[in-house]
Write a protein that binds this ligand. Structure first.
Ligand SMILES: *Cc1c(COP(=O)(O)O)cnc(C)c1O
Length: 405
């Protein structure tokens, strides 16, 4: 079956708009993806036909909303190959999920315990661990990367000791596109008894993981990176871990019984879901997963790979253009700079031509420090982008180069 990108583009109303007089070319998918009509309709349907609070009322609307929300949880469970639905915690996104786990470990870590993070983490996977170290006296150590933007696995193995309690690494780097060898990282970490959290925020739109065979202890993702709405995400944790961790926030929905002397907590997953959640968002997260399944993750990966190869070779034809992140295993992210030109200036000029790319440090300053650059231009492709759009990017970058040098 051939991949009909033009047909797919019709599912995304935003792709019809123009920017600064040009048809929009949206190449900032690593920051957030666009939403298909089905997902938008799902949100509208919730608010216009069965908006009610969940898990509380006996009335019909509340039952319908609860059912739809729990149905979405099951879709997430199935999609990520998770054993039990109660191992799926709804969050407001990846950042929330990481903070929930980091907070929970405050009471489990001792002074001198060690935490490993990779050199290519998003700030949201660095700062919560630094805060955790401050609270507990644990020590943060960094798994370094090489010039290609790959983790140096020999150093990682040397860093692993019986002191290592936790290892945190993203499946895919949002700034470089590198796909990290998480299977190996998980396996080796478990040998010394360390728990592993995988940040799937950047991979979830491209790779469908099997969390049961992967054997990660925790996995986090954001719906908005996979065609779903903002403000909702998921945390997977192995049941044993989620039972061990204390609740993150107190409030309604997370309790079994409350008196002023003592409160007992609700069971999983409600223990971690205090307060009224993003109900419409959760339901639409499920709709986004349904949509992606209709296209198929294998088809998505094949097509995006094709785009990546085409864009890489076309961009490299531009003299003075350097790509950061040249690992063999990459998703469709290209971070680059033009010699002697600030990335911000390129971003501004290509925007005038209707093209949306990201410029800056992409919430990964340590990577920029490693390459000794202020930032990069990042073009990140989704399955609804086309080769014609790549051509337009290349032309626009050439034009920017001419204007700026
Ligand atoms: C986007 C992203 C995050 C943060 O996700 P939020 O949805 O902003 O919480 C974390 N890590 C990586 C690798 C990302 O790409």
């Amino acid at each position: 079956m051939s991949f009909d990108v033009q047909k797919i583009r019709e599912d995304f109303p935003i792709l019809k708009r123009s920017v600064n007089g040009y048809p929009l070319v949206y190449l900032d998918n690593a920051a957030t993806s666009q939403k298909p009509q089905e997902v938008i309709d799902c949100i509208v349907a919730y608010y216009s036909t069965y908006n009610a609070n969940i898990h509380r009322g006996v009335h019909t609307l509340s039952q319908e909303a609860t059912e739809a929300y729990e149905e979405a949880r099951k879709k997430i469970q199935k999609h990520f190959h998770i054993q039990y639905p109660e191992e799926v915690i709804f969050t407001s996104g990846t950042t929330h999920g990481i903070n929930l786990v980091a907070n929970g470990f405050s009471s489990l870590l001792n002074e001198g315990d060690e935490i490993l993070v990779s050199a290519m983490e998003h700030h949201s996977n660095i700062v919560p661990w630094q805060m955790l170290c401050e609270r507990t006296g644990a020590i943060l150590k960094v798994i370094p990367m090489n010039e290609k933007g790959e983790l140096v696995m020999e150093v990682f193995e040397n860093l692993l000791t019986e002191k290592t309690q936790l290892v945190f690494v993203n499946h895919v780097s949002n700034a470089l596109g590198t796909i990290n060898p998480i299977e190996e990282i998980i396996q080796k970490s478990h040998k010394v008894g360390a728990a592993v959290l995988i940040d799937g925020a950047q991979s979830c739109a491209h790779i469908k993981p099997n969390l049961q065979t992967l054997d990660a202890d925790f996995y986090v993702a954001s719906a908005h990176k996979m065609c779903g709405p903002t403000g909702v995400g998921m945390l997977y944790g192995k049941k044993e871990w989620l039972e061990k961790l204390p609740p993150y926030q107190g409030g309604g929905e997370m309790i079994k019984e409350v008196t002023f002397e003592k409160t007992t907590y609700a069971g999983l997953p409600h223990k971690f879901e205090a307060g009224t959640p993003n109900i419409a968002g959760g339901i639409a997260f499920g709709a986004a997963i349904d949509y992606l399944h209709k296209i198929g993750f294998e088809a998505i990966a094949n097509y995006e790979n094709e785009l990546l190869e085409y864009a890489t070779s076309e961009l490299l034809k531009i003299k003075g253009l350097k790509i950061y992140g040249t690992s063999k295993k990459k998703t469709s992210v290209i971070s680059f700079n033009l010699e002697g030109i600030h990335p911000f200036d390129i971003g501004t000029i290509v925007d005038k031509l209707g093209i949306a790319v990201r410029t800056g440090h992409h919430c990964a300053q340590p990577i920029m420090d490693f390459y000794k650059i202020p930032g990069t231009v990042r073009a990140s492709f989704s399955f609804y982008n086309t080769k014609e759009e790549v051509d337009r990017l290349v032309k626009a970058v050439q034009k920017a180069q001419m204007m700026l040098s």
